[in-house]
Design a protein around this ligand. Structure first.
Ligand code: ZN
Length: 159
């Protein structure tokens, strides 16, 4: 019998660009920031002029369906028009620490060294495959669409 699973990705402020399974059957989720701008590391002003992208980072995230899961992101770099020399600052998102190899949810649960705490959905893994991403919306019956949820849901199916 075919079953469907919906798994929220505990990561705000991103849109999912791609979900793939790598050669080790690990899940690799490529995301893009939906936050615009950052704060100049020299003067502290909000800056929104995109200068480019940093090298891609890959962060271990909580396992999904028993599979190791990685989040991949190219951080955006912004340039300050006010400071001398127009220094650049890389945008930092709330769900990881600079130079960490892990997302914060993984650091919080993964460091307990209890696999069961990390694997929230045990173990449909050999059967399941990624289907699609959806963004739940919140509706009010008089006012219509209120807002889109900021956190995407990954949908998996088994056969
Ligand atoms: Zn500045």
């Amino acid at each position: 019998m075919r079953k469907t699973f919906e798994i929220p990705l505990d990561i705000p402020d991103v849109t999912i660009e791609n979900v793939e399974t790598d050669r080790n059957r690990d899940l690799v989720i490529t995301v893009k920031s939906t936050v615009e701008g950052t704060y100049c590391h020299t003067c502290g002003k909000k800056i929104t002029k995109v200068y480019g992208y940093d090298r891609e980072i890959t962060l271990r995230h909580l396992s999904i369906l028993g599979r190791k899961t990685y989040i991949r992101l190219r951080p955006v770099r912004y340039q300050c028009p006010s400071c001398d020399g127009n220094p650049t600052t890389t945008q930092q998102l709330s769900w990881y620490t600079p130079r960490s190899s892990y997302t914060k949810p993984y650091e919080e649960l993964g460091c307990l060294n209890r696999p069961s705490a990390v694997d929230r959905f045990l173990d449909f893994s050999s059967q399941s495959r990624f289907s699609h991403v959806w963004w739940p919306s919140i509706f009010n019956h008089t006012r219509g669409l209120l807002r889109h949820q900021r956190r995407p849901i990954l949908v998996f199916t088994t056969h």
